[in-house]
Design a protein around this ligand. Sequence first.
Ligand code: HEC
Length: 147
Amino acid sequence: MSISRLLAIFIFLLSCQQKEVKGEEFVIQSMESYQRFSQKLWFAGQAENWELADFYTHEIHEVTEELIEGDVYHDGRNLSKLAEDMIESKIEDMDKAIDAENEELFVKNYLGLINACNACHTAAEYEFIKIRVPTINPFNQNFSVPK
Ligand code: HEC
């Protein structure tokens, strides 16, 4: 085997390893963002602050896009594909409720979104991580519509 071929294999292996390490951190960061933004989305919706709700839905969409485009594998599972199949359409539903400024539809579609989080946890064999509708507001943030 030529040196250049060996070198090519070595670089390939190195890049695989880097991807795996980045993958782990990337997933945990994505999940922290998901959790925070989905909590804040709830309080924005409860305050019928549609501009703010739209902002957080957009943030959740961005996290999702990065997951989908990142070609992320976790414990051998294709998380990018799971994200695309499970959560994309729920974000679109959320957008519809916000555009309609419809509180009832917001609650319904929020549950759909949260169920999608949990469905992916189950699909990834992390079914012990269960997201629910927030009950208390821990944020030092005013969610109401600006006067
Ligand atoms: C594409 C699949 C997928 C989707 C969609 C998904 N998760 Fe996760 N989530 C995971 C995986 C895999 C882990 C375990 C990560 C690890 O091993 O560190 C995880 C872990 C978590 C954790 C535990 C880490 C922590 O910081 O406590 C939380 C919380 C979490 N997810 C929240 C959410 C929320 C909220 C949503 C929906 C808005 C969501 N996830 C959507 C796959 C997903």
